[in-house]
Design a protein around this ligand. Sequence first.
Ligand code: AGP
Length: 614
Amino acid sequence: MCGIVGYVGREQAAPILLDGLSKLEYRGYDSAGVAVYSEKTGEMAVYKAKGRLKVLSDLIEGGAMVDGTVGIGHTRWATHGAPSDVNSHPQVSRSGRIAVVHNGIIENYAELKSFLMDQGVPFTSETDTEVVAQLIEYFCEQDQVDILEAVGRCLRRIEGAYALGILCADAPDQLIAVRKDSPLILGYGEGCSFLASDVTAIIRHTRSVSYMDDGEVAVLTREGIQCYNHLMQPIEKEICHVDWEIDAAEKGGYEHFMFKEIMEQPEAMRRCISPRIRDGEVFLENFPLSDDYIRNISKLYIVACGSSYHVGMVGKYNLERMIRKSVEVALASEFRYMNPIVDERTLVVVISQSGETLDTMAALREARRLGAKILSIVNVVGSSIARESDVVLYTWAGPEIAVATTKAYSTQMAALNLLGLYFARRLGTMDLAEYRRVLEEMLLLPEKMEAILSSKDDIQYFASQYFNHSSVFFIGRNVDYALGLEGSLKLKEISYIHSEAYASGELKHGTISLIEDGTLVVALGTYRKLFEKAMSNVVEVKARGADVLALTTESHREEMAKTANAVMTIPETHDLLLPSLGVVPLQLFAYYVALMRGCDIDKPRNLAKSVTVE
Ligand code: AGP
């Protein structure tokens, strides 16, 4: 949500900023802008445009018409004030000498705005961000301090979550970056420095980055970057090397990132699983939780949002079966308001692809306040959630760009299963032969996924049969129910078809009244133990006129085909791993349906990749 990029160097800044912003488009935005300082004119030029980045790029001829080697850029996701040219960032102070780009929300902006208006400061936008630009200028003028000191004074007055990039025409050889509860990365180049919301925006230029921590301020110049802590004392930051390839964040010939990422799943799974299974045992490198600690855990509490929460739902079924301890799952957005029962003996498992989801981060902090240990399953290395956790299991899925998560979901599930198996071994709650069988099957998941992907044309055909339905129900029991939640979310978020997931047994308690002639029901019947019950539910909805698209394992295809209108299958695997395979046809189905409906698959309306506001 919102994207920041900044550059100070010797090359023309505008094309670099536009390129960086294009890499942040996936985060979701409704307008874009840049501010660049020109040494020739001694002025700062600001260009902003509502709509896609292309509108801005056309306006400034791909950057060619903007002179200057220092600048900041932004893609905005409207929170305060509608999407419009004037509300886009950068927001500037009244003199036009200070420009600010901002991710997050300034919670006390109304109070500050009225204070500044009382001092005669005029406002032009409805944004909370303009307050920051105006307040910094107010301190520069009123207190006769330099820009860095004015920023420090501003930070003491503003409340909320923010990542800020600041450019001041009176100190034109530098950018100032600030972070609190919203990610910001610093990039170190030869004779240049960068700031960005995430690595994809700057990896073309540098692989040396550091991750700002809350309360830190950085001053970026051509010569390097000086960081300060919240007391404005100079600090040294660790510089990390980004080791993934640039094409990992490019489409590489695919029409959509989502499709590319679906197809990358076997490889992502290999990266996540293979190094963690050695000689028939789960191997978690540098895992700090002792056997005593694990034995003493009273319960696991999984917190997450969206698809990551759906992984947690599968985890509840799987982990309780493996470790025979209670596993609770909560939506992160609910967790901190529900007075959760959490103490020192609770292990809170936080799941997040981005590692920046604000609700998830808030849940993590609440859990920590209550005394729990935090283990996170995260994809983005160095993200805020990873850095605030006691233990991190990285999913190693590689950069995920499409808003609809696919390979991150699969690898999160693999990581969670590995964690369950690791615990089960220490707790002695799983039969050793079964434990080994699951591990063997886990190693086979990538090639079984490849087999499913190679039959994608069948799924495309089913999508062509059903893409014009206006409402869809996903039904299933046990892990098939949890899987249905994800299948349903995938479909609705990218195709805009109304869709709901139901535990099959709940149908007759209300929802079945919605089933009528031609209603599409996606019936999930992969879970062997409850296959007969899944069949009964298929009969039940068929009898009320539903069209049934079923998903089951190969051995049950024939029986399912006797009743369902169409059947998708997955290879046989251990029960605990069925959702790992079952999700792939559902992702493909959602993708092809959205494709046939002409939807903006990688950037669905109203959605952002990384949700950094509450
Ligand atoms: C799924 O396709 C989503 N776009 C969304 O539900 C996502 O899973 C959720 O916002 C959580 O994100 P996170 O994993 O980065 O925390």
